[in-house]
Design a protein around this ligand. Structure first.
Ligand code: DAT
Ligand code: MG
Length: 141
C-alpha cells in the first residue's frame, strides 16, 4: 500500500470563477478521499514558505501577490499515489500547453503569456506534500 496525502489548492482564479466544485468532483471521481478542506485568503508569510523553492525567481513576487489576492480552497486529499495522480489530473503548468481533459487544460487560460493563473496547485512529491500539508493544516493528524 502506498496511500499518501497531497495538498491541493484551488487558486484565486479558480475560486473566483466558481471552479472549486468542478475540481473537487474530478478528485472524487478519480477515487481520492477528501481529508480536510478550508476556504481562506492565504497570508504572504504562508505563501513565502509554501513557494520557498521559487524564492528569487522573477515570477516569485507576482505569484505571491496573485495567490494572496483572494480566497483559495485548500484541500488535503488521500489515496494511493495521489500526489502523482493529482499532478496528472491537473495537467502541465502552462494552461495553454496542458492536455485537454486535465483541469488546467480544460479550465486554464493564458492571460498575456503569463502562466501565473493556472487554477490549481498540487504537491509535486510525497516530501513536498508532507511539508505543505503541515503548513496549511498544522493541526491535522
Ligand atoms: P507547478 O504549479 O506546476 O508545480 P511550479 O512549481 O514550477 O509549477 O511553479 C509554481 C507556480 O508558479 C505555477 O503554478 C505558476 C507559477 N509559475 C511558474 N513558472 C512561471 C513563469 N515562468 N512565469 C510566471 N509564473 C510561473
Ligand atoms: Mg510546483
Amino acid at each position: 500500500m502506498t496511500t499518501e496525502r497531497s495538498l491541493v489548492l484551488v487558486k484565486p482564479d479558480g475560486f473566483s470563477r466558481g471552479l472549486t466544485g468542478a475540481v473537487l468532483a474530478r478528485i472524487e471521481r478519480k477515487g481520492y478521499r477528501l481529508v480536510a478542506l478550508e476556504i481562506r485568503t492565504p497570508t504572504r508569510e504562508l505563501l513565502i514558505q509554501h513557494y520557498a523553492e521559487h524564492e528569487g525567481k522573477p515570477f516569485f513576487e507576482p505569484l505571491v501577490a496573485f495567490m494572496s489576492s483572494g480566497p483559495v480552497t485548500a484541500v488535503v486529499i488521500e489515496g494511493e499515489r495521489c500526489v502523482e495522480g493529482f499532478r496528472s489530473i491537473a495537467g502541465a503548468t502552462d494552461p495553454t500547453k496542458a492536455a485537454p481533459g486535465s483541469i488546467r487544460g480544460d479550465f486554464g487560460r493564458d492571460f498575456g503569456h503569463d502562466v501565473t493563473q493556472n487554477v490549481v496547485h498540487g504537491s509535486d512529491s510525497p516530501e513536498s506534500a508532507a511539508r505543505e500539508v503541515g503548513l496549511w493544516f498544522p493541526g491535522l493528524t
